[in-house]
Design a protein around this ligand. Sequence first.
Ligand code: KG4
Ligand code: ZN
Length: 346
Amino acid sequence: MIVLGIETSCDETGIALYDTERGLLAHALHSQIAMHEHFGGVVPELASRDHIQRVLPLTEEVLATAGLELAALDAIAYTAGPGLAGALLVGAATAAALAMALEIPAIGVHHLEGHLLSPLLSRDPPEFPFVALLVSGGHTQLLEVAGVGHYRLLGETLDDAAGEAFDKSAKLLELGYPGGPAIAALAGLGRPGRYSLPRPMLQSGNLEFSFSGLKTAVMTLARAGLADDAARADLAWEVQEAITEVLSAKAVAAVASTGVRRLVVAGGVSANRRLRERLALAQERDGFALHFPEFELCTDNGAMIALVGALRLAAGAPAQIGGGSFDIRPRWPFDELAALGASAAS
Ligand code: KG4
Ligand code: ZN
């Protein structure tokens, strides 16, 4: 089965072709970072308009790369939520129109399930069950994953997400958007010792997170004034240390408490090299298996959406078949998705 994946939930148009037999055939991405950078964050209306311009040319591009015609498609998967309503509508409407014209199913996919299962596209895919640390711009969760649609929440953030903590700290350091890669780059020039930030909930004895206090601590330091570029780099270093120390400690604790000795890290923050380094050290010490998505599939992309569409259709999930109607869910709680998966698979 060949599935076209369409991701338009935020500021990246991601299109991909996934073949259940041969794996990922092609994927293409257009990032709107340069367009939104000027505003310090994503401007929803600009995002939607840009998706409209990119979605069909990128679809043609992946088809050409794979040497296929539209007629070769068996299904279309699109991100139905969560995300920006206008941006989601572009992907959903495109998927519905193509599905109607081609008389094939279209299936709405949960964006986070895409991230969660994206390591299955890697050269070294994990087997089920695994513990997942899902760290994106909007979510920070630890899950026990028994199979597609079988997700048990182990713990999550009580306030800001890890990616948000990177983004907000970057803003306070006037590093622009998106903050994660910017903090990581500046941290490479920083040194330990000058600043000491809290490690929120590190000793809480559970698998919950909290990052809003970190942002406040960074704000206090930034307002007091940072002497020079070296001071900014030292603070970036400490921000990255604080976030990655808590993330890796809790992920390791989740592996220990579940007894599931396989850890998968996914979502935009899984691109962070310091986080990968810390977890690799823990892996060496404790001997669990460790999996990440390929670097280019850590942040938003169409490949993960095509993959989940294929897996869900194979599990018997309902799809819209050429009816011309489509659905988006800008707010789509992840726990509702788990229930759907459980019933579809049973
Ligand atoms: O998964 P993603 O692309 O979008 C969401 O679904 O939210 O994640 C974006 C988040 C942003 O907060 C961004 O700053 C963060 O991932 N991020 C990183 C890195 N690359 C992206 N955070 C830390 N280090 C990175 N290298
Ligand atoms: Zn994402």
